[in-house]
Design a protein around this ligand. Structure first.
Ligand code: SAM
Ligand code: SF4
Length: 363
């Protein structure tokens, strides 16, 4: 259908494990990382061409040693040239150094996404992370000289977090040299350390109050919300993540990563040891046209800009109004969805309960 020019690379190693995290990751181990890079290099050789966007995520890519990071950059260099518009790496404050930033910049990385979650010591402790406020400020100041686009990940709904804690976090954000931030509502994932405690998550009213506070505060600072959990200054929206939300094609390499090529999902299992042995751990699912259309709708409605109706018709040969006649009629008349500028979109209010709207489109 479309050419594929977005590449996700998964690095499943972390220096420590956060109590809420269900991503594909293990503790950093030097030998294991070396072997992983060997397997990744082999997999990367199956891909061709340069990419418009590259995203190295994890896990914690910055946990790699300088030499390992240099090897990773070398493996990915064939996919990056002057046409690569966005090249992101995720990092944690504790493992960012000047030398690593210089290396990343040398290889064309132009965006750093730093995991923060909170600046409040008691909350950082509660989720078993290990940075402190000044460390984040120092890392961002240092990164500013090398990487033009800086983003941070924040979370709300953390155990013990009050509205006053959230306001303190937002006040720190005022002072940071960032151009983008993701603000995630904590998901209590089964099997995580946090899910085995008595913590049940915050109540709906507090959750709502926190989301409202975040939204208002960030808009006052000049950030615009462009997706459920994402805010940007000016044109600093994440190009790579928008590939997912536009349901365009992407490659994903490494344990736990997924590719989407037209109507096929190619999922790597999380079986790290098998990946290290070079075994094929991918599973291909060919999606039905109905599932492909629903996924496209579901992903695009997460964006404030909504679903491009012309693009939908071009891809599937049917108008969205034909495919989803009944649910569309219902939610347009309730005012949960609107058609504007040839896009089907939520309103600022209904974006918050998108999942309950989408249920009606599933039948
Ligand atoms: C998987 S981490 C990878 C990058 C890096 N290791 C870090 O900690 O930021 C990416 C982001 O996912 C978000 N995240 C992870 N687990 C989450 C959960 N259970 N609920 C909500 N957000 C979560 C956090 O904001 C985190 O920064
Ligand atoms: S949130 Fe990031 S640092 Fe924490 S365990 Fe998950 S991937 Fe690792």
């Amino acid at each position: 259908m479309k050419t594929t020019s977005a590449l996700y690379v998964h690095i499943p190693f972390c220096d420590s494990i956060c109590s809420y995290c269900d991503f594909c990751k293990v503790f950093y181990n030097e030998k294991m990382v070396d072997d992983y890079l060997t397997a990744l290099e082999k997999e990367a050789q199956t891909l061709q061409g340069t990419m418009t966007t590259i995203y190295i995520g994890g896990g914690t890519p910055s946990s790699l040693s300088l030499a390992q990071l240099a090897r990773l950059m070398h493996i990915l260099a064939p996919f990056c040239d002057a046409h690569t518009l966005e090249y992101t790496m995720e990092a944690n404050p504790e493992s960012v150094t000047l030398e690593k930033l210089q290396l990343l910049a040398h290889y064309g990385v132009n965006r750093l996404s730093l995991g923060v979650q909170s600046f409040q010591p008691h909350l950082i402790k509660a989720i078993e992370r290990h940075h402190h406020q000044q460390m984040v400020i120092d890392v961002l100041k240092m990164a500013q000289d090398y990487i033009p686009s800086l983003s941070i990940d924040m979370m709300y709904g953390l155990p013990g977090q009050t509205l006053a804690d959230l306001k303190k976090d937002l006040a720190v954000i005022d002072t940071l040299p960032i151009t983008h931030l993701s603000y995630y509502d904590l998901i209590l994932e089964a099997g995580t350390k946090l899910s085995h405690t008595s913590y049940q998550g915050i109540d709906e009213d507090l959750d709502d109050a926190m989301e409202t506070q975040i939204h208002h505060h960030l808009e006052l600072l000049g950030y615009h919300q462009y997706e459920v959990s994402n805010y940007a200054l000016g044109n600093h929206e994440s190009m790579h993540n928008k590939v997912y939300w536009h349901y365009d094609n992407y490659y994903g390499i490494g344990a736990g990563a997924s590719s989407k090529i037209d109507d096929c999902m190619i999922d790597h299992s999380r079986a790290l040891l098998k990946y290290l042995r070079g075994e094929d751990i991918t599973h291909v699912t060919k999606l039905s046209k109905e599932d492909t259309m629903f996924n496209h709708l579901m992903m695009s409605l997460r964006l404030v800009e909504g679903l491009d109706l012309t693009e939908f018709t071009r891809r599937y040969g049917k108008r969205v109004q034909e495919v989803y006649q009944e649910p569309l009629k219902k939610h347009l008349s309730l005012g949960n969805l609107v058609i504007d500028d040839n896009h089907l979109k939520t309103t600022p209010k209904s974006l918050r309960y998108l999942n309950s709207i989408l249920i009606d489109f599933l039948d």
